[in-house]
Design a protein around this ligand. Structure first.
Ligand SMILES: Nc1ncnc2c1ncn2[C@@H]1O[C@H](COP(=O)(O)OP(=O)(O)OP(=O)(O)O)[C@@H](O)[C@H]1O
Length: 404
């Protein structure tokens, strides 16, 4: 590069002639012009380079977005080698060697959980397993539901108590008599009839930790991890025993096998096999009771109903008139209701309502009173609320038919 002209001192002696001064200044001007040209060239080059990087960035951002949109699989990092990173896919346990950028490599360590795309490139690192567990499993040390909060399903409640309470409270009795305690209870029936409540109440009664896992979340949100999460679920229960493990929507993991052999099916199968294995290993299970629930009994794989697994099948139906009356009574306990409100009458009116519907009627009736600026809930409010809830149900049915 040309010499720089960086001192501001005049480049000639004080006594220099006019001629000498002009010559020196011209010389300096020439240098400056040259430098200017060089700088302009560099700027142009830098701009071109910048454009190139900008385009590359856009392309990569687009590609990254695309990668994140398509379904990803979960894998665990086994080893960081000079050739690349060895990962093991969950579900099929296949190992693969994949290359990663230097930045990604810095972040990774053996045992890290990562999401990989179809070509097994690592797209991102995932939360630790504890976070995932927290999201799929709802743990409640002491649920606040008691038997007195449940109405209209006394028989079912008795059966659940008999099956679950005894093995938790007096496991030694089963040892002494020499029989295996009943392993699992399967509650089936329409939505909102109190299945979850029953499981919570029995956990509360036995001072057991209530651990809930939703079957549908297990297979839809955590693809490739179902079997492992089932293992984790029972491990967690063992740490917390006595525990009641409640598997909601079990039909999502234990549905009848279909003819198709898609990878989704295989994954669900693996999850179910793990569940069966955990249920069969009762010896090591300790004071852990399993309660599962489904609205789709007809869809269940018979394997799950074999003796020694869910050997108590309890139907939890919608309540009859008497039961509906009791549920109205339960849900209005804390409400300020008019003296003339008659639960039997309300129960006669709300034909076909589930426990959850009745709870909704009571809340809605309270809302009608508030809107009307009254502090007391009247019979009319309940009637109006029931009409509204029926309407909402009909609308929902319409919507589900439209999308069916
Ligand atoms: N038998 C009942 N007695 C009192 N309240 C009930 C009863 N059944 C349902 N409820 C009310 O409805 C709510 C929902 O019930 P719950 O979650 O137990 O139903 P579920 O049968 O587990 O439904 P799903 O199949 O949709 O999971 C409860 O929190 C409770 O307020």
């Amino acid at each position: 590069m040309t010499d720089t002209v960086d001192d501001a001192d005049l480049p000639y002696e004080d006594g220099a002639s006019q001629q000498q001064k002009v010559e020196v200044l011209e010389e300096r001007l020439e240098i400056l012009e040259q430098q200017n040209d060089e700088m302009r060239d560099k700027l142009l080059d830098a701009n071109a380079e910048n454009n190139k990087y900008q385009q590359k960035l856009e392309r990569l951002t687009h590609e990254n977005k695309k990668l994140k949109q398509s379904p990803l699989f979960v894998a665990t990092v086994q080893e960081l080698t000079d050739e690349g990173v060895i990962i093991k896919q969950h579900g099929n346990n296949q190992e693969a060697l994949t290359e990663v950028t230097a930045e990604m490599r810095e972040e990774l360590s053996p045992d890290a959980r990562v999401a990989v795309n179809n070509s097994l490139s690592i797209v991102k690192q995932l939360d630790s397993e504890t976070d995932v567990r927290a999201r799929v499993m709802q743990v409640d040390q002491s649920p606040d539901v008691s038997y007195a909060d449940i109405g209209g399903i006394d028989e079912q409640m008795e059966e659940v108590r008999e099956t679950v309470e005894m093995p938790i409270e007096s496991p030694e009795m089963f040892d002494e008599v020499g029989i295996d305690p009943p392993s699992g209870v399967l509650l089936y029936g329409p939505p909102g009839t109190g299945k979850t409540m029953l499981a919570k109440a029995v956990a509360n009664q036995t001072d057991a930790t209530f651990i809930k896992m939703a079957g549908s979340e297990l297979v839809h949100k955590f693809i490739g991890e179902g079997a492992k999460l089932v293992r984790d679920l029972f491990e967690l229960a063992r740490q917390q025993e006595p525990a009641v493990v409640f598997i909601d929507e079990i039909d999502a993991i234990a549905a009848k096998r279909t003819e198709s052999k898609t990878s989704g099916d295989a994954e669900v199968q693996r999850t179910m096999m793990q569940l069966l294995a955990e249920m069969d290993g009762f010896e090591e299970r300790g004071q852990i009771s399993i309660i599962a629930a489904t609205n789709r009994f007809d869809m269940l794989d018979r394997a799950i109903l074999r003796p020694g697994r869910f050997d108590r099948l309890i139907e939890v139906p919608k309540p009859e008139a008497e039961g509906r009356g009791l549920i109205f009574e339960i849900h209005t306990r804390g409400m300020n209701i008019a003296d003339d409100v008659d639960f039997e009458e309300l129960a006669e009116l709300a034909v076909g309502a589930s426990g959850a519907d009745i709870k909704a009627i009571c809340t809605e009736a309270g809302m009608y009173a508030i809107r009307d600026d009254r502090l007391e809930v009247a019979t009319e409010d309940f009637e109006q609320a029931w009409r509204k809830i029926q309407q909402t149900d009909e609308d929902d049915d319409e919507i589900s038919k439209t999308f069916a």
